[in-house]
Design a protein. Sequence first.
Length: 126
Amino acid sequence: MKQAIHTDSAPAAIGTYSQAVRHRDLVFVSGQIPLDPETGEMLGGDIGEQIHRVFGNLDAICRAAGGNLNQVLKLTVYLTDLAHFPQVNEIMAQYFDTPYPARAAVGVAQLPKQAEVEMDAILALQ
């Protein structure tokens, strides 16, 4: 049986999806872009600030599900410019402990709301 996860500490869904869905001990977190959870507006500024905001949004949803970022098994990173990938690596190390999750990085032409970065995750609540 699936259960929708929601928290006001992360941006509200901007479409027909849930922030996350839990099935048994797995939580599937929808893609997060650098939206401010309080205003729903895109975070401006440099890519580093945007990456931090995305990790903050992911963290809030993981916590609402009863877990944390260190329970993430798989992380997918979408970037409109793969030149930003070294910054993702540097910032990611501030949010995760080893062993790090499995990860894919995908270069894309465009993301919702003209975001430069988006991430989704799968975590296990065990």
